[in-house]
Each structure stands twice: as C-alpha cells, then as structure tokens.
Design a protein around this ligand. Sequence first.
Ligand SMILES: Cc1cc2nc3c(=O)[nH]c(=O)nc-3n(C[C@H](O)[C@H](O)[C@H](O)COP(=O)(O)OP(=O)(O)OC[C@H]3O[C@@H](n4cnc5c(N)ncnc54)[C@H](O)[C@@H]3O)c2cc1C
Length: 112
Amino acid sequence: MQPALPKEAEVVVIGAGVLGCSSAFHLANSGCKSVVLLDRGPIANGTTPFAAGQTGHLPTDTSMLQFVTYCIDFLENFKQHTGIAIDYRQSGSVRITLSDASPTIRNFFQWK
Ligand SMILES: Cc1cc2nc3c(=O)[nH]c(=O)nc-3n(C[C@H](O)[C@H](O)[C@H](O)COP(=O)(O)OP(=O)(O)OC[C@H]3O[C@@H](n4cnc5c(N)ncnc54)[C@H](O)[C@@H]3O)c2cc1C
C-alpha cells in the first residue's frame, strides 16, 4: 500500500533517480524540514540502475572539479553519511582518443 502524501512540503523533488535521491538527501541533511521525493514508478527505475558506477575526474571547470571531488569523497564515506555500507571501488578507466586535439582529453590533462 502506498503511503499517504503530505498536503504540503517545503520542497518536492520529482524523479527518484540518483540526482533526485541525492538532492532530497542533501536538502534534508542540510536542514530542510520537509522534503517529498516523488516518482511515477519505483525508486531508481530510469537510467540510474544501468550506470557502470564510474566516478571519473573529468571536470570542465573549477566548480565541476569541486563538485566531482565532493561526490567522490561522499561515496568513499557513504556509510558515515547514510549508515548504509556500499561496495565502492575506484577501478580506474582507459580513455582513448584518435587525435591529440580532442578538447575533452586536453582539458583532462590540463586539470591533472
Ligand atoms: C549504460 C550506462 C552506463 C552509465 N555509466 C555511468 C557511469 O559509470 N558513471 C556515471 O556517472 N554515469 C553513468 N551513466 C549515466 C547515469 O546513469 C545518468 O547520468 C544518471 O543515472 C541520471 O540520473 P537521473 O537521476 O538524472 O535520471 P534517472 O535515473 O533516469 O531518473 C529519473 C527518474 O525520474 C522519473 N520521472 C521521469 N519523469 C517523471 C515524471 N513526469 N513524474 C514522475 N517521475 C518522473 C523516472 O521514473 C526516473 O525514476 C550511465 C548511463 C548508461 C545508460
């Protein structure tokens, strides 16, 4: 049986994929008193369950670098933040370019 929805909330997040779940978690964690997370189906029924779980450092600017660094730190300490243990591993990846002019690859090495 579905739980009754509250009549009002401070924030309503629509879509319970990784972005919606993370947004709802961070809002509640930073003091938002009532957060409702809605989805048209079960939690994580969109693209999220298909992700390979890679968390690469491929920032395009300083704010993205800070965001990615925060996300990786959060995942490394997921149990501390949520009480739930996950099997998070950074296995690395190989990126191949056919041209040394690829802006994504050049950008990546500039940040390194
Ligand atoms: C094969 C594959 C591998 C990938 N590997 C990686 C990876 O290694 N690393 C990485 O960072 N990313 C990876 N990605 C990308 C990653 O999966 C997505 O960027 C991420 O899951 C998007 O999350 P989301 O929350 O935005 O969307 P979704 O997970 O798609 O969630 C959207 C949710 O919104 C709900 N919704 C939509 N419309 C409505 C509506 N009108 N009303 C109510 N609910 C609604 C849906 O039901 C769904 O639950 C991969 C993607 C694929 C396909």
